[in-house]
Design a protein around this ligand. Structure first.
Ligand SMILES: [Zn+2]
Ligand SMILES: [Zn+2]
Length: 347
């Protein structure tokens, strides 16, 4: 059987290469990758060759949202067995640096995150037929759980970590700006957290319809109905919590206007420098809170998917064979018709 990898050589130069069977070292587990979800960061690498100061400087196998089946296990791999279905966490902190010693693993100085060009040599990613990963990165799911669903554990973990920043959501009015995969999964987390009202905004009716299926109570198309959010700006803002998932300046400004005094905006989307009305942030005592990746939340995300407490199927909009990786990446950029696009490596 030919093993393949989806490798980025430079901006807009994505190739499906044949690869050798990876060599399993020590306590690593060999996984036959089943599904790989294309993330916004993969698209950034593909379209722009990186983001911010992060640049692709050598061929990089993309991908960090993967699931698969265990092919080989070392004796010390705990409960894992050949044939187990697993979600693979892309997060590998060093466990020894200052941040790790404070259990803030997402800030690890020596983080080796799958499919990342932040360090050089780059950490090669998971868009390949087979991968070796430490056993601690393999989270088993039940035989009845779809591997397509299991591959959504990573973005769901991002949203669980974001929700942690906002505190208890029970009974709250929540705004989610941006109905891509992260926005839609933030909706699901808010719904599960008992939020009373969950309004989601986006530029496209298609993505809004998916967010409604994930548990939003209302959707606003800010392109076709730009004034519909205004009623939530009454009394200096009505939302208790905003998950800002678009990283678009108008959405961030809208969030500042629509959050209530002493409310919280969790900035999930990553943007560069922006002009923000500091007077409003100060005057309304807004908590403007960042959130970065996740660590323990990955296991929690796997459990929620495995138990079907959160059903991710509405956001899975397209699936492509790895051989059609370029079409898959192009489909993923079409926000009017795609939420989460996945590659399949071992049909
Ligand atoms: Zn991701
Ligand atoms: Zn560390």
């Amino acid at each position: 059987m030919t093993l393949k990898a989806c490798t980025l050589y430079a901006r807009n130069d994505l190739r499906v290469d044949e690869i050798e069977k990876p060599d399993r070292q020590g306590c690593e587990v060999l996984v036959a990758v089943s599904h790989g979800g294309i993330c916004g960061s993969d698209l950034h690498y593909f379209q722009h060759g990186g983001f911010g100061p992060v640049r692709v400087r050598e061929p990089l196998i993309l991908g960090h949202e993967i699931s698969g089946t265990v092919l080989e296990v070392p004796p010390e791999a705990g409960e894992l067995a050949i044939g187990d279905k697993v979600a693979v966490s892309p997060s590998r902190p060093c466990h020894t640096c200052h941040h790790c010693s404070r259990e803030e693993f997402q800030h690890c100085e020596n983080m080796r995150f799958l499919g990342s060009a932040r360090t050089f040599p780059h950490v090669q990613g998971g868009f390949r037929s087979q991968i070796c990963v430490p056993a601690e990165q393999c989270h088993r799911v039940g035989a009845g759980t779809s591997l397509a669903h299991a591959a959504c554990a990573e973005p769901l973990a991002v949203c669980l970590h974001a929700a942690l920043q906002a505190g208890d959501l029970a009974g709250k009015k929540v705004l989610v700006t941006g109905a891509g995969p992260i926005g839609a999964l933030c909706v699901a987390v808010a719904a599960r957290g008992g939020a009373d009202e969950i309004i989601v905004t986006d530029l496209f009716d298609f993505t809004l319809s998916k967010a409604l299926q994930m548990g939003a109570t209302g959707g606003i198309n800010v392109r076709t109905s730009p004034h519909d959010l205004e009623k939530y700006c009454a009394e200096r803002g009505l939302f208790d919590v905003v998950f800002e998932c678009s990283a678009a300046a108008p959405a961030i400004l809208g969030a500042i206007a629509a959050v209530r005094p002493r409310g919280t905006i969790v900035q999930v989307g990553v943007a560069g420098s922006l002009n923000l009305p500091i007077n409003a942030i100060v005057g309304k005592e807004i908590t403007f809170q960042g959130t970065h990746r996740f660590h323990p939340e990955f296991a929690e995300a796997v459990a929620l998917i495995d138990s079907k407490a959160i059903d991710v199927s509405p956001i899975l909009t397209q699936t492509f064979s790895v051989d059609d990786a370029i079409s898959a990446f192009e489909a993923a950029t079409q926000r009017e018709s795609a939420v989460k696009v996945q590659l399949i490596f071992n049909p």
